[in-house]
Design a binder for this molecule. Structure first.
Ligand code: ATP
Length: 754
């Protein structure tokens, strides 16, 4: 404690700021005191609630407006020692799973030192108490130890800039070791998904970490690797250059390239990076690319049971007669190739008959192998459901097929677990994957790992769609590789009648769109002023609602998040139009986000099979209330309908899964989704994102009507721009390498058997 620092012991009598008495706000002003004195204190008193006794350390300051106040630099919450103090804490909103009744049961059973006993003995001392379930005992222990641990972290690290939210995450990640770990290497903070390199760098500087520290350099390398937009690797010279630029931006000294090289070597020794020739990978991405390449090469190399072509031909004729359809040459080739190979790719633009071909493949496969089982899956729920309507097999997300999700371990920490893998493969003999363009390297790799030996896989997708949001360009790489493939090109009559399909193909061929006066399926509303674009989009929505469309039928897509006609701006404006506030409508504020009953929402992070939550899910807020399944809880959250299921989202869920309002979403996020009407701004302000495949993806989301609003010049720029999305991946080369190794091995084996 510094010389002028004072310690005061007292009770928080009233929190003046913030008014909402949340416990995770970093700055609080409160009336504090005891029977002898009252004083206004201000500073960080994480976790303290009104009526609670704490000890504050700090100094007296003279506020120009409010006079003498006490500035809190550190504080301590004495562990409650009497029965009544323990009851106060246990029945407060800080402790989850424990209402006043349970609190009374606990203090009556454990006595004066109840809190200390729980912190020491954990669930063991609670379980014998009648009326406390195992689940609630876990919650009580977790929230008490979080509370005291987080306070300890704040006490030691807040002075350097560690916030309450960071402390909560640090506690989850490192438990009671958090303080020594961060004091040694503050860049460990970047392992928490909420702390970026820049923030950690400021905290490190406050702690006096040297600018040329290897920890700093390693953190910068990892930061650059993680920030790569969709690439699987970075070229080493580029990485060194980018890293020096990042470090030098905030250094008084020049960071040498040799130090960056040393950091790269260290990280690769510690299994964080993999360097292959001049390609630098994050270790995990390297493993994923390698596994996928090996599995694909195995499938290309292996041949399943040979089915005579004549048998397939007979089944094909029967199928066509039964379904009164004549499959074109490429569609027929797909059927034959499915039976000749263990892996096959089927690609083609909208309306070229991919789904019709899958239907034929499934029916013929069932005739040829009546005992075999088939799995139908896609990267998103929407895509898998669309397919199941036609093929009459239950479509699943790849995540659900693999039973992939977040699981809670015994101590309450979350881990990702994937039930299906080499050790516990899928049972199905034939796996069909639709919308493969959306699968990133991780999803594809995990799916291939889970295929049982001898199974077949048919991969279907439109190679002209945007690549996956996550790293990799799996579909495009597989098309470049030795994997057999068929490309469908014929557009069917029904499709030709649709200006949406026609314009999608025109854009793919580098031509401008065409519109026909009086036709409502494709409309281009020319507006030169970007502000007018937003106004026109809002006017279109109003009109669509007047003519009978529901708000769920309309999807507004923007290529950019920020700026005029970006997702953030449009979301706010459309929300005000479609779901304006009123005194009877409840609202929930979570950080900078706010939700109203009736809002359309979208999930932007993580998949969780247990909760039935998948990245990109959209839903509707039905109510703002406490969790109907947890009557003891007092915290309000969102009761939502997501994909026909009622799901309760706590404040924590909203942050963890990054739920936002979804009146307007990025075109990238819209992949695999469809809506009756799609509206998209096309303006030169979005020039970085004006690309052919962003435009193509937006158009192919529309089922009945596509409305573009903006400038012809911007449209022309997008149609011409074919360069983006060149992703640094080495998948196809690796497949070739593993395949040729297998072929050489076989040749050698054959040679010796001869
Ligand atoms: N060989 C064929 N003869 C006649 N009609 C066909 C044939 N193949 C497909 N179709 C029809 O063409 C339309 C578009 O086909 P389908 O839905 O299979 O295309 P798709 O490539 O899956 O399109 P999208 O990617 O847009 O979903 C459907 O109505 C389908 O029944």
């Amino acid at each position: 404690m510094a010389n002028n620092e004072t310690k005061l012991r007292g009770t928080i009598k009233k929190i003046l700021f913030p008014r909402a008495k949340t416990t995770d706000i970093d700055f609080v002003i409160a009336v504090f005191g005891n029977d002898d004195f009252d004083v206004v204190i201000k500073g960080n008193i994480y976790g303290a609630v009104e009526k609670e006794e704490i000890i504050v350390e700090g100094e007296w300051v003279e506020d120009k407006k409010y006079g003498l106040q006490f500035k809190v630099n550190a504080w301590e919450k004495p562990i409650p020692s009497t029965k009544e103090q323990a009851y106060e804490l246990l029945s407060s909103s800080l402790v989850k799973g424990c209402g006043p009744k349970t609190a009374r049961l606990i203090v009556d059973s454990l006595g004066d030192g109840a809190i200390e006993t729980i912190l020491e003995q954990k669930e063991a001392c609670l379980l014998p108490i009648k009326g406390i379930s195992k689940k609630n005992a876990g919650k009580i222990v977790a929230s008490l130890s979080e509370n005291f641990n987080v306070q300890n972290i704040i006490k030691h690290l807040a002075q350097y800039g560690v916030t309450v939210k960071m402390a909560i995450k640090l506690h989850k990640e490192y438990g009671s070791n958090a303080v020594p770990i961060i004091l040694r290497n503050p860049y460990e903070l970047t392992n928490l998904s909420m702390v970026g390199f820049d923030r950690a760098d400021i905290i490190a500087r406050n702690m006096g970490i040297a600018e040329d520290s290897l920890y700093r350099c390693e953190a910068a390398v990892i930061h650059i690797m993680r920030e790569q937009p969709g690439h699987c690797y970075v070229d080493k010279p580029d990485l060194i250059r980018e890293c020096q630029a990042l470090l030098n931006k905030r250094s008084a000294i020049e960071i040498e390239s040799t130090l960056v090289e040393k950091a790269i070597n260290n990280l690769s020794k510690n299994n964080k990076l993999q360097v292959e020739e001049d390609r630098v990978y994050l270790k995990q991405l390297y493993q994923l690319e390698k596994t996928l390449a090996q599995k694909v090469a195995e499938l290309v190399f292996a041949k399943g049971p040979v089915v005579p072509r004549s048998k397939i031909a007979r089944e094909l004729i029967k199928y066509q007669a039964r379904n009164k359809i004549f499959l074109n040459e490429k569609q027929q080739e797909t059927i034959y190739k499915t039976f000749e190979n263990n892996i096959l790719l089927l690609t083609g633009g909208p309306g070229t008959g991919k789904t019709a071909t899958i239907k034929a493949v499934v029916e013929i496969y069932r005739q040829v192998f009546p005992d075999h089982t088939i799995a139908l899956c896609a990267p998103t729920g929407r895509a898998s459901q669309n397919l199941s309507k036609i093929v009459e097999i239950e479509g699943k997300t790849i995540h659900r097929l693999l039973n992939w999700g977040a699981r809670k371990t015994e101590d309450g920490t979350e881990t990702t677990s994937i039930e299906r893998d080499e050790a516990n493969p899928l049972e199905e003999d034939f796996v069909i994957v639709d919308e493969l363009s959306m699968a990133d390297i991780e999803l594809a790799s995990c799916l291939f790992r889970a295929l049982k030996t001898g199974s077949r896989i048919l991969l279907v997708g439109d190679a002209d769609q945007l690549p996956s949001v996550g790293p990799g360009a799996v579909l495009r790489d597989l098309l470049k590789s030795p994997v057999p493939s068929v490309r469908l090109t014929e557009i069917y009559r029904q499709a030709k009648n649709s200006l949406i399909v026609e314009n999608a193909h025109r854009i793919n061929n580098g031509q401008m769109i065409c519109t026909v006066p009086g036709r409502k399926d494709f409309i281009f509303l020319e507006r030169s002023d970007p502000q007018d674009v937003e106004e026109t989009i809002l006017a279109c929505i109003k009109r669509l609602l007047e003519i009978g469309y529901k708000k769920e039928d309309i999807l507004v897509l923007s290529p950019m998040k920020k700026g005029v006609s970006g997702v953030l701006s449009l979301n706010e404006k459309i929300k005000s139009l479609l779901n304006p506030p009123n005194s009877r409508k409840k609202e929930l504020v979570v950080g900078s986000k706010s939700f109203r009953v009736g809002d359309i929402i979208i999930q932007n992070q993580r998949n969780d099979v247990n909760k039935g939550l998948y990245n990109g899910n959209m839903g509707l807020v039905k109510n703002i209330c406490v969790n109907p399944d947890d009557p003891e809880s007092r915290e309000e959250g969102l009761l939502c309908e997501i994909w026909g299921n009622e799901i309760f989202l706590t404040r924590e869920d909203i942050t963890e899964y990054d739920f936002t309002t979804g009146y307007c979403i990025t075109t990238h996020k819209s992949q695999g989704g469809q809506a009756k009407v799609v509206i998209a701004p096309v303006i030169t302000n979005h020039y970085i994102m004006l690309t052919r495949n962003i435009l193509y993806t937006a158009i192919t989301r529309a089922e009945e009507m596509m409305i573009m609003v903006g400038q012809k010049k911007a449209l022309a720029m997008a149609v011409k721009n074919t360069t983006p999305n060149l992703r640094k991946t080495f998948l196809s080369e690796k497949i070739e390498k593993y395949l040729s190794e297998k072929q050489k091995k076989q040749l050698t084996a054959n040679f010796f058997t001869c």
